[in-house]
Design a protein around this ligand. Structure first.
Ligand SMILES: [Cu+2]
Length: 153
């Protein structure tokens, strides 16, 4: 007799916890949906982006934009020192990886085609939003700079 009374007591105290968990779950679903909606409606990353690092600044242009999937796309990065002079003799490489997917990375090196201007060709493997991570090495130090880009068919 005592046992069944105890069981009943536990059951009645548990019910509100389940309701609370259900409410939490519903809230989580709503928040996730809102985030997904925000991500898909977010403006496409621009063709030209500007970045600063310890020694100066980078202007990062993608020649044809949005970039073309499975084609070589021109990347042109212009490096300036803090005083505005071309930053020469740096070593630059870029890794492209698709945001939220494991469909493969694409890495390439850039070469200096004019003082402070570095060019290379990158190939996104699928349509969507990609992250491009620049590894920059100068005489003074090493830097990592990232941007996003859109690729289409
Ligand atoms: Cu992908």
């Amino acid at each position: 007799m005592m046992e069944s009374a105890e069981t009943l007591a536990t059951t009645t105290t548990r019910t509100p916890i389940y309701k609370w968990l259900l409410a939490l779950l519903a809230a989580a679903v709503i928040v996730t949906a809102a985030f997904t909606w925000l991500q898909t409606t977010e403006a496409a990353p621009p063709a030209v982006t500007a970045h600063s690092f310890g020694e100066g600044s980078v202007t990062w242009e993608i020649g044809r934009y949005p970039a073309k999937v499975l084609e070589l796309n021109d990347f042109r990065l212009t490096l300036n020192t803090s005083s505005g002079a071309p930053l020469q003799n740096a070593h630059l490489s870029i890794v492209l990886d698709m945001i939220g997917m494991n469909c493969g990375n694409y890495s390439f090196e850039l070469t200096e085609t004019a003082p402070g201007v570095y060019e290379g060709e990158g190939m996104p493997l699928m349509a969507g939003t990609w992250k491009a991570t620049l590894s920059l090495e100068t005489a003074e130090g090493s830097y990592t700079i990232a941007r996003r880009l859109t690729a289409v068919h």
